[in-house]
Design a binder for this molecule. Structure first.
Ligand SMILES: [Fe+2]
Ligand SMILES: [Fe+2]
Length: 297
């Protein structure tokens, strides 16, 4: 039997611990992404990594059977989801997940203080966090290009939905912190399940499978750090609320993406969210990521 090294993400913490953890995260995040390139919503190390992928492209041995099915369904599902092959569903599902993320961060970027106007460590951390999320959208775009989908457009939501997303970051912390944390947790759950799906669907495409995993790992390592960081905003009552929110939140969000129920076991995803600790995270990710001190044994 292996001894657990980490406690539940829902473990309690003191205000003093959280303050120290913010200081510690701030040190971590600056060396992790490198210099903030604020005008480009980008980070120097992450940009170099994406450029490496772009300069060393990988192609499918056998082109996608049905790219038209992707282009017909990626923004809005037109066909019956059951009628589509799993590969198409996976790719349109990736796009839809990433699109939600993109809409959320676009709304937030313009309303949270820029770095020059960020005076607290929490504000500075949040600015870097958003820049990392923009890098994720670029990495998702690169995943789609890797399988030959180079005509993907990032389409905004309807104007009123975009407005709703813009209001979200203006909410006071006590309302915003728990859903923001659960959203990050949901991201990690989704990415772990997606990682496993690459093995299933790309057995005959080992090069592309490994490249998609590399691209996804870049994202997942950040998201694991975000889970700890967003958890660190939350006190003892909020963390109970957060655990309670996992099920309704995952259910609501995944219901909005019809691909998810076709490809994944949503019940298991909810369970994974509620049970999350860092023990299931592979070591090569832990080494590059960040974990709150009070989640370590
Ligand atoms: Fe992200
Ligand atoms: Fe994130």
């Amino acid at each position: 039997m292996t001894i657990a090294k980490y406690r539940s993400i829902f473990s309690s913490s003191t205000a003093q611990q959280r303050k120290e953890n913010f200081d510690n995260y701030w040190e971590f995040t600056q060396q992790h992404g490198g210099e903030l390139l604020e005008d480009d919503k980008d980070l120097a190390i992450k940009r170099a990594r994406l450029q490496y992928f772009q300069n060393n492209p990988i192609k499918l041995r056998k082109p996608l059977a049905n790219p038209e099915a992707f282009y017909r369904n990626y923004v809005e599902m037109q066909d019956k989801p059951e009628s589509l092959d799993k590969m198409t569903l996976m790719l349109t599902g990736i796009y839809k997940f990433a699109r939600h993320e993109w809409v959320g961060i676009k709304g937030a970027w313009d309303v949270v203080p820029n770095m020059a106007n960020s005076h607290s460590i929490e504000d500075k951390i949040s600015r870097i966090h958003l820049a990392e999320e923009f890098c994720h959208v670029r990495l998702f775009d690169e995943m789609l290009k890797t399988v030959g989908l180079d005509k993907v457009e990032w389409v905004p939501l309807s104007p009123w939905k975009e407005k709703v997303y813009e209001q979200f970051p203006k909410f006071p912390g006590f309302l915003m912190d728990t859903p923001a944390f659960v959203t990050e947790l949901m991201g990690v759950t989704f990415y772990f399940h997606l990682h496993a799906l690459f093995d299933e669907l790309l057995a005959d495409e080992p090069e592309v499978r490994e490249r998609l995993k590399e691209l996804l790992d870049e994202i997942t390592i950040d998201e694991i750090a975000h889970v700890g960081q967003r958890r660190n905003f939350i006190g003892s009552v909020g963390i109970k609320v957060s655990k309670w929110l996992v099920k309704p939140f995952y259910t609501m969000f995944f219901n909005d993406i019809p691909e998810v129920a076709q490809l994944f076991d949503v019940k298991k995803m909810i369970q994974d969210g509620e049970d999350f600790d860092f023990n299931t995270v592979p070591n090569y990710m832990i080494e590059k990521s960040w974990i709150p001190s009070y989640c370590k044994v």
